[in-house]
Ligand binder design. Structure first.
Ligand code: B12
Length: 231
């Protein structure tokens, strides 16, 4: 058996400077269908990187202001530039949520952090609520010493009213799933910038992690990206 190696020193601090954080990780089981690591063979370990709240937005916006050209997907470009650099430094291979074919980021997050899905499908975090996302995963050829996630409280279990399921003006969310077409059609007909929160009424109706709600500019940015993804 390969001895476990400690986590890359300084990685958390580097991520903190970008407004990001290490969101746990795991060691792939023997024979598991793992994505390729940096050497091309199936990776042994995975570390998940994400944002909780809007700290990343400040760093990203400052970077965007310095860019000479308009980009199609600036957040993806920023992420590849920053995390890609860290991956090279630490001998890892970075993969991103928008890579095709899609990697199972939510499944990885459930495993790494012990989170569960909210009724909206977005994973619920006991501290950040619905105001968090994943920006990259680092794949390593070595077995890292990674603690299993602690048992997490799942706030949706105690939420009787479930305001997230009734706040959407076009009923895009229901227990049978998310109607992305209805959401996109509504957004196209409304002026996102005129909404006080700039984004999704269902997500904003959730009381958990209210202190981490993204600023209206960030919410509107993600909504515009969603509309581009929907064509
Ligand atoms: C395609 C996509 C979309 C599509 C379709 C989403 C859909 N509901 O089908 C569109 C454009 C509509 C979309 C919208 C949004 N998305 Co999206 N999306 C993705 C993307 C790129 C791929 C999803 C996928 O198919 N993955 C491949 C499968 C194999 O991975 P998976 O982990 O197994 O995912 C599956 C499970 O999570 C499962 N699932 C869903 N709910 C539950 C519940 C339980 C209990 C279980 C077991 C499984 C399960 O469904 C997923 C798809 O099959 C992912 C990033 C990624 N690579 O995963 C982001 C991702 C899922 N999206 C994300 C977000 C934040 C959003 C939006 C809020 C963005 C916005 N501002 O509008 C909305 C929310 C819409 C919603 N409620 O679903 C985040 C979720 C973060 C989180 N906290 O959970 C992700 C992970 C991206 C990221 N950078 O972090 N998205």
């Amino acid at each position: 058996m390969t001895p476990s190696q400690r986590l890359p020193p300084g990685l958390s601090d580097c991520l903190g400077e970008l407004g990001l954080s290490l969101r746990g990780g795991f060691v792939f089981a023997d024979g598991e269908d793992a994505p390729a690591g940096p050497a091309g063979a199936p990776a042994k370990s995975l570390l998940l990187i994400g944002n909780g709240g809007g700290a990343m937005w400040r760093e990203f916006s400052a970077w965007l202001d310095r860019q000479p050209d308009i980009m199609a997907d600036p957040l993806d470009s920023w992420t590849v530039e920053t995390i890609g650099g860290l991956a090279a430094h630490y001998g890892a291979r970075a993969v991103y949520p928008n890579d095709r074919p899609w990697h199972p980021f939510q499944r990885w997050a459930m495993r790494a952090e012990g989170l569960k899905a909210s009724p909206l499908g977005v994973l619920m975090h006991p501290e950040y609520g619905l105001w968090h996302a994943y920006r990259a995963a680092l794949l390593f050829d070595v077995e890292l010493s990674i603690q299993a996630p602690q048992a997490m409280n799942h706030p949706c279990d105690q939420c009787v009213d479930q305001p997230c399921l009734t706040a959407c003006p076009v009923g895009a969310y229901s227990l049978s799933g998310f109607d992305a077409a209805a959401c996109a059609a509504h957004l196209r007909s409304a002026d996102i910038e005129e909404r006080p929160h700039g984004g999704c009424s269902a997500r904003n109706a959730c009381p958990v992690g209210a202190a981490y709600r993204y600023a209206p500019a960030q919410q509107a940015f993600h909504k515009r990206a969603f509309m581009r993804a929907r064509g």
